[in-house]
Design a protein around this ligand. Structure first.
Ligand SMILES: NC(=O)c1ccc[n+]([C@@H]2O[C@H](COP(=O)([O-])OP(=O)(O)OC[C@H]3O[C@@H](n4cnc5c(N)ncnc54)[C@H](OP(=O)(O)O)[C@@H]3O)[C@@H](O)[C@H]2O)c1
Length: 272
């Protein structure tokens, strides 16, 4: 598994997303993924599954230093004392003494970004998170974080897949050597039934979902965190790394409509 080096951490380029999985289903999915070789798990306090992720990690027997665990603070908890409480809760539920990456899950309209990063940096200095980062930051917010506040963010986690253009944000991140972590990398499963991807996959003996993932992972400094509860799909998503797309495939994918954003809650500042 390839890794991206960022702000002192080594981020496996393919991770397991866990949104909308809870309890025993989530625990079993994470156990299965760890058994198959996944070492990067993405969770969040908002997902209500950190306890299940923690239980799976605890029984895995995998040395902690081989794992990369990301969790996130929800937009309602962005005041400094609320971040600390949220973080303590996350660590307890995960049964860990540190996470690898702690992200601002969504920006909120009235957030105080300097105070947020000061609090996150203290958690980093205390060794309770190895790195800090953001999610759902548009270009304007990214520029504020990186150029004004000079926050050492290890990633921006954003929706990115074959049906959505992220050129502006991706170019900015690349110029600053900050990885882009693609969430909903399968367009929430829709990529699996896209006719263009199916026909590209047929050519290579691969599935449409594998084509969608490899298109992302062929891009420098991009990681992806597809979610699946099924071991078969977890294995297929890992196997996507072996696929070789050619110029004709890339041209066909580039021609797909790229205006399909599937995640966009009203409370966050809009995308430009
Ligand atoms: N930071 C944020 O604001 C944010 C927002 C959204 C998501 N995320 C993170 O990103 C992760 C991924 O996003 P997502 O879960 O929304 O969407 P996704 O990963 O694009 O799609 C998940 C769907 O794809 C299906 N699937 C997975 N692998 C497949 C395969 N090989 N073949 C066919 N179908 C497959 C899954 O079905 P089955 O489960 O039935 O297999 C599931 O229905 C989340 O779980 C979460 O960790 C972060």
């Amino acid at each position: 598994m390839e890794h991206l080096q960022t702000q002192g951490i080594s981020l496996p380029r393919l991770g397991l997303g866990t949104f909308r999985m809870q309890g025993d289903i989530c625990r079993a999915a994470v156990e299965s993924a760890l058994g198959l070789g996944y070492r990067h798990i993405d969770t969040a306090e908002m997902y209500g599954n950190e306890d299940a992720v923690g239980a799976a990690i605890a029984t895995s027997g995998i040395p902690r230093k081989e794992l990369h665990i990301t969790t996130k603070v929800w937009h309602e908890n962005l005041a400094p004392d609320a971040i600390r409480r949220a973080f303590d809760g996350s660590l307890n539920r995960l049964r860990l003494d540190h996470v690898d990456l702690y992200l601002v899950h969504w920006p909120s309209r009235n957030m105080n970004l300097p105070a947020i990063f000061e609090t996150l940096l203290k958690l980093k200095q205390e060794g309770r998170t190895r790195a800090i980062g953001v999610a759902n930051f548009n270009l304007a917010l990214l520029k504020t974080a990186v150029e004004q506040i000079k926050a050492p963010i290890a990633c921006n986690q954003v929706e990115y897949h074959v049906m959505l253009d992220q050129t502006k944000v991706a170019k900015y991140l690349a110029a600053k050597s900050i990885p882009l972590v693609a969430y909903a990398p399968l367009a929430q499963g829709r990529a699996a039934s896209d006719e263009t991807l199916i026909s590209i996959g047929r050519k290579h003996g691969a599935s449409a979902a594998q084509v969608a993932l490899k298109w992302l992972l062929d891009q420098d400094s991009v990681a992806a965190i597809p979610k699946t509860s099924r071991a078969e799909s977890q294995r297929a998503n890992l196997d996507a790394l072996k696929l070789k797309l050619d110029d004709e495939d890339r041209k066909a994918i580039a021609a797909l409509p790229k205006d399909k954003r599937f995640v966009n809650p009203g409370f966050a500042p809009g995308w430009d």
